[in-house]
Design a protein around this ligand. Structure first.
Ligand SMILES: [Zn+2]
Ligand SMILES: [Zn+2]
Length: 442
C-alpha cells in the first residue's frame, strides 16, 4: 500500500555506490544471491498472486523456510506463514515480509515480466497480476535472512520468528494473522522488524527514520447525505444532496488548513462522490467516500470529530430536519500510524553504519501520507519496532530523469521496476545485522 511518490526531490540525491563490504556476511549474502536468491526472486516475480489468494506463494515460502531449518506453520490468518528457529535463551525477534501482488498488467519491459492472470474476488473476473509494489523483494529477502540465520547459529542466541504476511495491499493480512492468534500460538515478540523496498530511493541505501512516522494511520469514512429528490426544474420542492454534498466537500478543506497546527500532518481527501442518475432529476441521496490520514491518535480524533461536525451542521445550513442530517460512518479498515521506536532505530542505524557502511544510510522524510498495515503487529500491545526502506532504483535512473529521461515507475504502476540484486542483498543484510544485534551470541 505504498504511495506513488513524485521523485523529483530524489534527483538531488547523492551518487551512491555499492558499500565497501565490511565482512564475510555481506560477501556471503552476495554469493547466495547469485547462486540461489536471484532465481527465487524471478520465480516470485513471474508468479504474483492477489491479496489472500497467495496460495502457491505461501506454499513455496513454507518449503523454502523449512528447507532452511525453520519450523513452519501455514494457514495463519488465511494464507499467512510463520517460521520459527529456536536457538537458545534470549529474546524473540520477529521479521515481517508481505507477499501479495496487485491487479496491474505489467508493462515494465523486463524479460521476466509477469503475464499471470488470477480470478480477482473483488471484480469477479480474471485479472492480470503483478508484483507492482515489490513484495517479491520482501519474501525473497526473508528466505535469504532465514538461510543466513540458520547458517550462523553460533553468532546469536534467542528465537527468530519470520512472518510471511498476506493481503497487505487491502490492509487486512496483518490483522488477520493477529486475530488468528499469532502471538498466543508462537509467542509475543520482544522486537518486531520490517522493511519496504522503495522505488523512490537509490539502490544501496537504507532509510530508517529515527524521529518521525514513515507511514500514516488511515481511516476510510463514508458520509451519507440525505436529500429530498424531485424534478430538476422544480428545485424549490427538493433538498438537493448534490449541492449539500459539494458544500460539505469544500467545508472539509478547512479541517487541515485551519484546525490542525501548521506542523501537524493530516489529510482529508474526498476520493469519491456518488449521486444522481440523470440530467433533470434531483437525487435523494449522495454518498461521499473519504480517506483520512494521521500520525497520532489525537489528530485522528480531531479530524474524525471535525468531519462529523461539518457534515451534520452543513445539513442544518441546508435546512434539513434533524432526523435527516448527513450521517458519517467510519468503516472498519482503520490502520494505526507506523511509529518507529526512536532508541531502537538509532541503535540499528548505528549497527548498519559500522557493519554495512555509513554511505548507505539516509534520512529521507516521507512527502506524503501513505499507509501500511504493519502497525497491527506493533500495537495493542505495543512492541518496540522499526520499519525501514531499502532503495530499489539505480542512481543513474534518477540522473537520467533529471536530464529529461524517462520517469521512474512508482509503486503500483505497470512500469514499476526495481533492481533486484541490490534490493534483495540490502534487504537481507540490513535484516540479518538487526537480528544479530538484538539476539547477541552466547
Ligand atoms: Zn503497495
Ligand atoms: Zn507494498
Amino acid at each position: 500500500m505504498k504511495t506513488n511518490l513524485p521523485y523529483r526531490i530524489l534527483a538531488l540525491a547523492m551518487a551512491f555506490t555499492p558499500p565497501v563490504y565490511a565482512d564475510e556476511i555481506t560477501d556471503d549474502i552476495a554469493l547466495d544471491y547469485n547462486s540461489y536468491l536471484s532465481d527465487l526472486f524471478i520465480h516470485f516475480h513471474e508468479n504474483p498472486e492477489l491479496s489472500f489468494q497467495e496460495h502457491a506463494t505461501a506454499t513455496r515460502m513454507a518449503e523454502e523456510l523449512r528447507a532452511a531449518g525453520f519450523t513452519v506453520t501455514e494457514g495463519i490468518g488465511q494464507t499467512g506463514v510463520v517460521a520459527i528457529l529456536e536457538n537458545g535463551p534470549g529474546p524473540l525477534v520477529a521479521m515481517r515480509a508481505d507477499m501479495d501482488g496487485l491487479p496491474v498488467q505489467e508493462n515494465s519491459g523486463l524479460p521476466y515480466a509477469s503475464t499471470a492472470l488470477q480470478l480477482n474476488p473483488a471484480t469477479g473476473q480474471q485479472d492480470f497480476v503483478m508484483h507492482a509494489c515489490g513484495h517479491d523483494v520482501h519474501i525473497t529477502s526473508l528466505v535469504g535472512t532465514a538461510r543466513q540465520l540458520a547458517k550462523r547459529r553460533d553468532r546469536w542466541s534467542g528465537t527468530a520468528m519470520l512472518i510471511v504476511q498476506p493481503a497487505e495491499e487491502i490492509g487486512s493480512g496483518a490483522r488477520a494473522m493477529r486475530e488468528d492468534g499469532i502471538w498466543e500460538r508462537f509467542g509475543k515478540p520482544d522486537y518486531v522488524l520490517g522493511f519496504h523496498v522503495s522505488a523512490g530511493n537509490p539502490t544501496w541505501t537504507l532509510n530508517l527514520l529515527e524521529n518521525s512516522s514513515p507511514y500514516a494511520g488511515a481511516d476510510m469514512v463514508d458520509i451519507i447525505v440525505h436529500g429530498i429528490g424531485g424534478h430538476g426544474a422544480y428545485p424549490h420542492y427538493t433538498k438537493d444532496p448534490v449541492v449539500l454534498g459539494a458544500q460539505i466537500v469544500l467545508a472539509l478543506q478547512t479541517l487541515v488548513s485551519r484546525e490542525l497546527a501548521p506542523h501537524e500532518p493530516g489529510v482529508v481527501t474526498v476520493g469519491a462522490f456518488h449521486a444522481g442518475t440523470k440530467h433533470n432529476i434531483i437525487s435523494d441521496e449522495a454518498i461521499l467516500q473519504l480517506t483520512v490520514r494521521n500520525t497520532n491518535p489525537e489528530t485522528r480524533e480531531k479530524l474524525l470529530n471535525g468531519i462529523r461536525r461539518i457534515a451534520e451542521n452543513m445539513g442544518r445550513v441546508a435546512g434539513l430536519p434533524e432526523d435527516m442530517l448527513p450521517e458519517m460512518v467510519v468503516l472498519e479498515q482503520t490502520v494505526p500510524p507506523l511509529v518507529n521506536n526512536s532508541a531502537l532505530a538509532g541503535r540499528i542505524n548505528g549497527v548498519w553504519r559500522e557493519r554495512i557502511g555509513a554511505d548507505t544510510l539516509i534520512q529521507k522524510l516521507p512527502d506524503g501520507m501513505g499507509a501500511e498495515d504493519y502497525p497491527f503487529f506493533t500495537t495493542d500491545p505495543d512492541i518496540p519496532s522499526i520499519y525501514w526502506e531499502v532503495g530499489g532504483t539505480p542512481q543513474e535512473a534518477f540522473d537520467a530523469m533529471a536530464n529529461g529521461g524517462p520517469a521512474i515507475g512508482g509503486h503500483h504502476s505497470p512500469l514499476f521496476k526495481i533492481e533486484p540484486e541490490p534490493s534483495v542483498q540490502m534487504g537481507v543484510d540490513s535484516t540479518v545485522r538487526a537480528m544479530l544485534e538484538l539476539m547477541p551470541g552466547r
